[in-house]
Design a protein around this ligand. Structure first.
Ligand code: 13P
Ligand code: SF4
Length: 359
């Protein structure tokens, strides 16, 4: 039962002490998050991994790309453990390295050599990948002068990229790319989409030449479910409601909301509200429920009444957490996530560019 698992996890953590650090993403279920030494968004958790060079093991309660990132940023002797190897991210899986390499070749056919800078020192395209992507993709980006972003620094990173390239190729999340670029003043007709299943991504050569941001055809299956109708309904039923959504939501939803921001932005906006307020939130249900419990002075609900949790985040069941911790106690490392050095070196370059990019 749940109590027994809880006791097993506590006991194993106590035995391991400082030898292990447990990281938990905001979208993890309550029975897991309560055991995390750090809870945060993907950017904060990447930093938390950096800040624990002495821990032998980093147990990452999140999804596969996050554990890979932690492995890139941690020391080689440290093992990063993903309690359930089936916890992937469907969005990250939408940009596969072969498709991205193929896209790059096709873009070179249209735009000319992609590593040649023009008179103002800018290359034709800078690749930008959302943190929610495989290490292989981050490595690709690092090898081609590009950078990683998260939902909390996407605008800063796009500015970095526009200073170095005439265009940006943004993947995997079309919505984060579109919402961020639009807020920076990039017109929609200069953001063609790249669908990897079509020649030239389904755009024309002219559209690609004239583009400022080329958007990869990827999305988050949780955030794309939110609708403008849900926002209209929340406003009708709760006059004065503050609507905050994650930038992985479609553009019309972000436009209809009062604010959009990363999971940590949402948390801070609610924490900073001094007057009792009604918040309708467009993000994953576990985070919304936790915020509602944490801030009882406010009324906080999820925009989607029948929202399902992120099904892959949910694969980190406390039973797996207990298992990997008990194995560590027994001296065995299970479910280690390791990025090979051919990928890790350039991927680290792309991540370090992100960590150094200033607003
Ligand atoms: P952040 O934690 O960066 O806001 O991202 C949300 C998300 O979808 C993580 O997978
Ligand atoms: Fe991936 Fe969306 Fe789940 Fe985040 S919420 S892990 S982007 S599927």
């Amino acid at each position: 039962g749940e109590d027994e698992l809880d006791a097993r996890i506590r006991a194993a953590k106590q035995t391991l002490g400082d030898r292990v650090v447990v990281l938990g993403h905001f979208y993890q279920r309550e029975e897991v998050v309560r055991h995390a030494d750090y809870v945060g968004d993907s950017f904060q958790l990447a930093n938390a991994a950096l800040e624990h060079p002495d821990a032998e093991a980093i147990v990452f309660c999140g999804v596969h790309f996050m554990a890979e990132t932690a492995d890139l940023l941690s020391r080689p002797e440290q093992s990063v453990i993903l309690p359930n190897l089936a916890a992937g991210c469907s969005m990250a899986d939408m940009a596969d390295i072969d498709q991205v390499e193929d896209c790059w070749e096709q873009l070179a056919d249209v735009l000319g050599p992609l590593d040649e800078a023009d008179a103002d020192g800018r290359v034709p395209v800078i690749p930008v990948t959302y943190m929610n992507s495989s290490a292989a993709i981050k490595g690709f980006v690092g090898r081609h002068g590009g950078i990683v972003c998260t939902s909390s620094n996407a605008a800063t990173v796009l500015e970095w990229a526009f200073a170095r390239g005439r265009r940006v190729l943004f993947f995997p999340d079309q919505h984060l790319g579109r919402n961020t670029a639009k807020a920076m003043g990039v017109p929609l007709d200069r953001m063609p989409m790249w669908n990897p299943r079509r020649p030239l991504g389904g755009s024309t050569a002219e559209q690609l030449e004239d583009s400022q941001v080329i958007l990869w055809h990827g999305f988050c299956s949780v955030h794309r479910r939110f609708t403008v109708d849900q926002i209209d309904q929340a406003r009708a039923e709760h006059p004065g409601v503050r609507v905050i959504v994650h930038p992985e939501c479609p553009m019309e939803v972000v436009d209809a909301a009062d604010e959009a921001g990363s999971t940590d932005y949402i948390r801070k906006a609610i924490a900073a509200a001094t007057e009792p307020t009604t918040f309708a939130v467009g993000t994953e249900i576990n985070l919304v429920r936790r915020l509602a419990a944490q801030y009882p002075q406010h009324e906080i609900f999820c925009l989607d009444p029948v929202v399902c949790p992120c099904s892959t985040m949910y694969r980190i069941h406390p039973g797996y957490l207990a298992w990997v911790l008990e194995e560590l106690v027994a001296g065995r490392v299970q479910n280690r996530i390791r990025v090979t050095s051919d990928v890790a070196d350039p991927a680290r370059v792309a991540l370090e560019r992100m960590l150094a990019a200033k607003p």
